[in-house]
Design a protein around this ligand. Structure first.
Ligand SMILES: *[C@@H]1O[C@H](CO)[C@@H](O)[C@H](O)[C@H]1NC(C)=O
Ligand SMILES: *[C@@H]1O[C@H](CO)[C@@H](O)[C@H](O)[C@H]1NC(C)=O
Ligand SMILES: *[C@@H]1O[C@H](CO)[C@@H](O)[C@H](O)[C@H]1NC(C)=O
Length: 354
């Protein structure tokens, strides 16, 4: 029921938004190529200020879910990277045009959109650095590396109630030296930064960094969302998140049903009220505001571009011009059409990290 209420609020806000000024669209421009990469913080140097920002993490002490010292070190490094990432996204959310790719115009036209973005990003940093008031939210980190959901994910967020969340970090989060092509592969943020030195880092890789994962997980809390409900995985992965912003992502088609299976088969899109037994549907584009990957792609795009001193491009395989969601026969915009999935592709199936 809470989801329906949230949807309802969105719809209402959208109706209110009609007539608001359209945002100008900043096209992505190729800046002069600069193949040098900014030095990443030296994680083993205690004098490196950029990396010394304190993070206060509340680790669980419950048997079976404690983190080892080594894991804690890696988690803290990535919390700091994620905080830096979110801060840089907050400084200029529109920078380099990722916003226009992943945040629908319908969302951008919502009243208080800029404030919502700013406040959401601020709350994420508070949650990650531990400065959030314990009355408002407590985040506990667990390392139950082989928890059931770890078969599918590298990390996941569970929210006990509006003020308590648990981030579980799976063994796969710490995987090292795996085949980069593996769908599951999520690399350390430092390794991803190294990849930008030779120009091979695209936005999909960048987001599949541990810091990108943490930004995604943060959206799965009601604290970050500043409302009763945590964000939900409406559209996983780069192609699906792009389609969502374009208003053409249909959870009945292509990879949609597989994504739905990963989110307890809840129908998150389409007509309301919904019968959970029946169908999902075409997702309203403004749902990008609730979709963790939408936030994570913009934040990783901005931060990695800054760190690499070079704009991170969309993946080569579709040259940034995917045909996903463009139907040759069917009409993806027609929610009732029998042929809603004809010729419809949701693009590359990205392995979800939670
Ligand atoms: C990082 O800092 C450590 C400790 O100060 C130092 O030994 C090491 O050479 C530094 N590494 C780089 C790449 O600067
Ligand atoms: C730390 O986590 C435990 C277990 O979830 C929780 O009971 C406690 O309130 C948390 N403390 C703080 C300061 O967040
Ligand atoms: C760039 O670096 C990555 C990761 O180390 C490597 O897999 C790739 O082959 C390199 N590409 C080029 C063009 O050197």
């Amino acid at each position: 029921m809470t989801n329906l209420r949230f949807l309802h609020i969105f719809v209402t806000l959208c109706l209110l938004a009609i007539g608001a000024n359209a945002f100008s669209i900043n096209r992505i421009e190729n800046r002069a190529a600069d193949t040098s990469c900014a030095k990443t913080p030296n994680t083993s140097n205690p004098d490196d200020d950029s990396n010394n920002k304190n993070v206060k993490i509340n680790y669980s002490t419950q048997e079976g879910e404690t983190c080892t010292q080594e894991q804690k070190g890696e988690i803290e490094t990535e919390f700091r990277n994620a905080i830096a990432m979110v801060n840089s996204a907050k400084a200029d959310w529109s920078k380099d045009g990722y916003e226009d790719i992943f945040f629908a115009k319908t969302a951008q036209k919502m009243p208080k959109y800029k404030e919502t973005v700013h406040d959401t990003l601020t709350r994420i940093t508070e949650m990650l650095d531990g400065t959030v008031n314990a009355k408002d939210y407590t985040l506990t980190v667990t390392c139950a590396g082989k928890a059931k959901s770890c078969a599918k994910f590298v990390a996941f967020m569970k929210q006990a109630d509006k003020t308590h969340g648990t981030l579980n970090v799976c063994d796969h989060f710490f995987d090292k030296n795996i085949d980069r092509k593996q769908e599951r592969y999520v690399d350390t943020t430092d390794n991803r930064l190294e990849q930008c030195e030779n120009g091979s880092l695209d936005l999909r890789d960048a987001q599949r960094s541990r810091a990108g994962v943490l930004v995604h997980e943060s959206i799965h809390t009601s604290y970050a969302m500043g409302g009763p409900d945590p964000g939900e995985d409406i559209a996983y992965g780069l192609d699906a998140a792009r389609l969502l912003a374009m208003g053409t992502f249909d959870r009945r088609c292509g990879n949609g049903p597989a994504m739905r299976a990963l989110t307890s088969n809840k129908p998150l899109c389409g007509k309301t009220p919904q019968d959970p037994k029946t169908e999902d549907g075409l997702c309203k584009s403004e749902l990008c505001m609730q979709n963790p990957d939408s936030w994570s792609f913009v934040a990783t795009g901005i931060w990695f571009s800054e760190q690499c001193k070079k704009k991170i491009q969309l993946p080569q395989e579709d040259g940034g011009k995917t045909n996903a969601g463009i139907s040759s026969k069917g009409k993806p915009n027609d929610n009732s059409a029998e042929s809603h999935c004809n010729g419809y592709s949701t693009g590359v199936a990205d392995f979800p990290f939670d």
